[in-house]
Write a protein that binds this ligand. Structure first.
Ligand code: AMP
Ligand code: MG
Length: 350
C-alpha cells in the first residue's frame, strides 16, 4: 500500500486540508495523526473493522484497548453511559489536554475498540490538528500510539514512517509533538479515581482537582502473571530498545560514578555502550554513545526526547545502555514509568 504523507502546519491550516484524511477514516481506513502527547493511529471508533485494522497494523494483541478521542463534551455523552462526578471535575479542569478518563461505555462503542471491556477510555486532545480531524470526521477516533507494538511510541511523523510506511494509507506530518509521553489515564468507574498510567497531567495536579486519587500498582512494578491489571496495556513489553537497558538511581554523584564503572566494565568486555544522561551530567561520561535527554531541572524536556532517544539507539546498534533515573514525582513519575518498562525493570539503586 502507498502511504501518503500529508504536511499540515499546526499553526496555520484550513479545515479543508483534512478532508481527505477524514474521508479515509469515515470509510474504515487508518490515518496516523499528531496529538500533544504522541502520534496516534486513528480509525473510526464505532467501526469494529477499523479497530481490527489498528490491531493488525500495530501487531497489537486484541485485548489491549484503544483510547477514543473526542472533540467536545457532546462527543463524550455519545459514548459513555454516565459521567461520574470525578470525571466531570477532571474533564472541566484538564480537557482538552493530555488526560484520558475511563468510564462505563455505551453499546454504540464496539467491544473490539475496548478490547472486550465494558468500559471505554476517552480523551479530548488539545492539539489543533487532532481536534480538527475529529471534527472533520464527525466521529470519535479510536487511536493508540502510532508505533509497532513493543517499540517506543512515535513522537514525530518520521517515527510513524519508520513503523507504518506501506501499512496505512496516510500519515499527517505536523512536526514533533509537545509532550512526548502518552496521556495520563485515570479510571473513574469506582468511588475513588485511580491513576492507571502517569503522564503530562501529574498525580499532584489530579489530587489538586479531586482530592484523593489512588495509584495502580502496575505503574511502578512488573505486573504479576495471574493478576489482571486495570489498564490492560500495562502487562505488555513496551518501549524496549534492542540493547539491554539498565536504570541507575540515587544521588547524582553516585549515579554518575556507578554508570561510569558499569560502562568501563562493559567496554572491557568488548561491548558497545550507550549512556543516557542529562545536560547537568553530560560531562561526567566518556568513551560511549552518549545521548542527552534534556534538563534535570526541567523534566518536561526529558519527557519530550525520551522515546526518540530510545529509537536512535536501535539505529546505532549498541549492546548495553545505562540511564540515569528520576524522582517519582511530577512528570518524573511518567518518565520513570516508561523507563522502567523499557528496562524490563532492571534498576540499580546506589
Ligand atoms: P495507547 O493508546 O497505546 O497509549 O494505549 C492505550 C492504553 O490505555 C491501553 O494499553 C490500556 O492500558 C489503556 N486503556 C484503554 N482503554 C482502557 C479501559 N477501558 N480500561 C482501562 N485501561 C484502558
Ligand atoms: Mg502505545
Amino acid at each position: 500500500m502507498h502511504t501518503k504523507i500529508l504536511k499540515i502546519n499546526r499553526d496555520a491550516f484550513s479545515q479543508s486540508e483534512l478532508h481527505e484524511a477524514a474521508g479515509i477514516i469515515r470509510n474504515g481506513g487508518l490515518v496516523a495523526f499528531p496529538t500533544e502527547t504522541v502520534y496516534g493511529l486513528g480509525g473510526n471508533a464505532f467501526d469494529p473493522e477499523a479497530a481490527s485494522r489498528i490491531y493488525a497494523a500495530k501487531g497489537r494483541p486484541g485485548d489491549n484497548p484503544l483510547i477514543v478521542h473526542i472533540a467536545d463534551m457532546d462527543g463524550l455523552k455519545e459514548i459513555v453511559a454516565q459521567v461520574p462526578e470525578s470525571a466531570a471535575t477532571l474533564a472541566a479542569r484538564f480537557w482538552p489536554g493530555p488526560m484520558t478518563l475511563v468510564m462505563k461505555k455505551k453499546s454504540i462503542v464496539p467491544e473490539r475498540t475496548t478490547g472486550g471491556l465494558d468500559t471505554v477510555a476517552v480523551r479530548m486532545p488539545v492539539h489543533p490538528v487532532a481536534a480538527a480531524l475529529i471534527r472533520e470526521c464527525g466521529l470519535p477516533i479510536a487511536a493508540p500510539s502510532a508505533n509497532r507494538s513493543g517499540r517506543p511510541s512515535t513522537t514525530t511523523a518520521q517515527h510513524c514512517i519508520e513503523d507504518l510506511d506501506g501499512i496505512i494509507p496516510m500519515i499527517i506530518d505536523s512536526g514533533a509533538v509537545d509532550i512526548g509521553l502518552e496521556s495520563t489515564i485515570v479510571d473513574c468507574t469506582g468511588d475513588i479515581p485511580v491513576l492507571l498510567r502517569p503522564g503530562g497531567i501529574t498525580l499532584e495536579m489530579l489530587r489538586d482537582a479531586v482530592g484523593r486519587v489512588d495509584i495502580d500498582p502496575a505503574i511502578t512494578g512488573p505486573v504479576d502473571a495471574g493478576v489482571k491489571p486495570r489498564a490492560p496495556g500495562m502487562k505488555y513489553r513496551h518501549y524496549a530498545p534492542e540493547a539491554e537497558l539498565t536504570i541507575v538511581t540515587g544521588s547524582p554523584e553516585r549515579v554518575q560514578a556507578k554508570i561510569s564503572e558499569l560502562a568501563e566494565a562493559a567496554r572491557s568486555g568488548g561491548k558497545r555502550v550507550g549512556i543516557i544522561a542529562t545536560e547537568e551530567s553530560r560531562d561526567a561520561y566518556h568513551d560511549c554513545d552518549l545521548k542527552v535527554m534534556g534538563l534535570r531541572s526541567d523534566e518536561s524536556t526529558v519527557a519530550h526526547n525520551l522515546f526518540a532517544i530510545l529509537r536512535e539507539y536501535d539505529d546505532d546498534g549498541v549492546d548495553v545502555i545505562y540511564s540515569e533515573g528520576f524522582n517519582d514525582s511530577g512528570i518524573g513519575r511518567a518518565i520513570m514509568n516508561r523507563l522502567r518498562k523499557a528496562a524490563g525493570y532492571r534498576i540499580l539503586e546506589v
